[in-house]
Design a protein around this ligand. Structure first.
Ligand code: NAP
Length: 279
């Protein structure tokens, strides 16, 4: 079974658009991008296009590569204080000269649409209500919508990044999976991945997951977004793994669209709760 993230995301965005109209909401997302990395600019454009599609207003603040941390913090402060802005997203990665942790921590937790603020991360760890990072949230939505059993199942995550690997591990744990996290120092990776009922690869290494690493019938979620010879591909050697897996996400058309749908949902949720104190 192909897990069609593109189709599911399109349906969710349609529903969200109706909700926004019916509830009389006027959500607004602000994005901040620093430098001129073409891929980052493309992602930001895609996010603004999705906003337009569902009726979310959006503004973009584009700053030059040599912007200082102090200047970014000042722009974040202005967005925090602006009552017309619901969600703030800083496009990552920031240039190496910028203190990324300070920037993410400067966003008001209640406007932190990516869920990367330490308070929201803490809420994720403890299982409290809070904004969840978009890619892991999108993966969970995909699993739920396709009714993939999670409770009691063995989940293996390849990758331990703060934006994908760790949060998806925690969400799967909260959903009662038995979770193993692998990384670049993991020994005998195939031995571990082969035990997975749900295998999530977020390594950013094209073709790292081969058929021999996958348990027959497993659900394989490919987060990887890699460019090989100008072509977008995931971490999973799709053609061979598809024959072994029970369900698999394609790249493109799997996790990517679900990430954007989650961003739209997070922005709308924040707009819904804007009058309520967050903590
Ligand atoms: P990241 O910060 O570079 O983290 C990669 C992780 O993979 C690290 O934990 C690293 O281990 C681990 N890793 C690397 N090589 C490995 C290997 N050979 N064996 C086992 N583990 C290995 O990347 P990220 O931000 O999590 O993103 C991962 C991928 O997902 C990238 O391709 C990115 O473009 C993509 N992505 C896609 C979406 C989407 O919406 N589709 C969203 C976010 C990211 P160490 O910690 O030991 O270095």
């Amino acid at each position: 079974m192909i897990l069609d993230g593109k189709g599911l995301a399109a349906r969710r965005l349609e529903l969200l658009k109706e909700d926004i109209i019916e509830e009389g909401l006027s959500p607004t997302l602000a994005t901040v991008i620093v430098g001129d990395d073409p891929a980052s600019h493309m992602y930001v454009r895609m996010k603004h296009r999705a906003c337009e599609q569902v009726g979310i207003s959006s503004v973009n603040i584009s700053l030059p590569e040599d912007t200082t941390t102090r200047t970014i913090l000042e722009r974040i402060r202005q967005l925090n204080e602006d009552p017309d802005i619901d969600g703030i997203l800083v496009q990552l990665p920031l240039p190496k000269t910028i203190d990324t942790e300070a920037v993410l921590a400067a966003i008001l937790p209640e406007k932190d649409v990516d869920g990367f603020h330490p308070l929201n991360m803490g809420r994720l760890v403890t299982g409290l209500k809070g904004t969840r990072p978009c890619t892991p949230k999108g993966i969970m939505t995909l699993l739920h919508e396709y009714k993939i059993p999670i409770a009691g199942k063995r989940a293996v995550i390849v990758g331990r990044s703060v934006d994908v690997g760790r949060p998806i591990s925690l969400l799967l744990l909260h959903a009662d999976a038995t979770v193993t996290i692998c990384h670049s120092k993991t020994e005998n990776l195939p031995e571990i991945t082969k035990q997975a009922d749900i295998l999530v690869s977020a390594a950013g290494k094209p073709g790292i997951i081969t058929a021999g690493m996958v348990k027959p019938g497993a659900t394989v979620i490919d987060v990887g977004t890699n460019q090989v010879n100008g072509k977008l591909c995931g971490d999973v050697a799709f053609e061979e793994v598809e024959r072994v897996a029970g369900a698999i996400t394609p790249v493109p058309g799997g996790v990517g669209p679900m990430t954007i749908a989650s961003l739209m949902e997070n922005t709308t949720d924040i707009a819904r709760n804007r009058c309520e104190p967050f903590i």
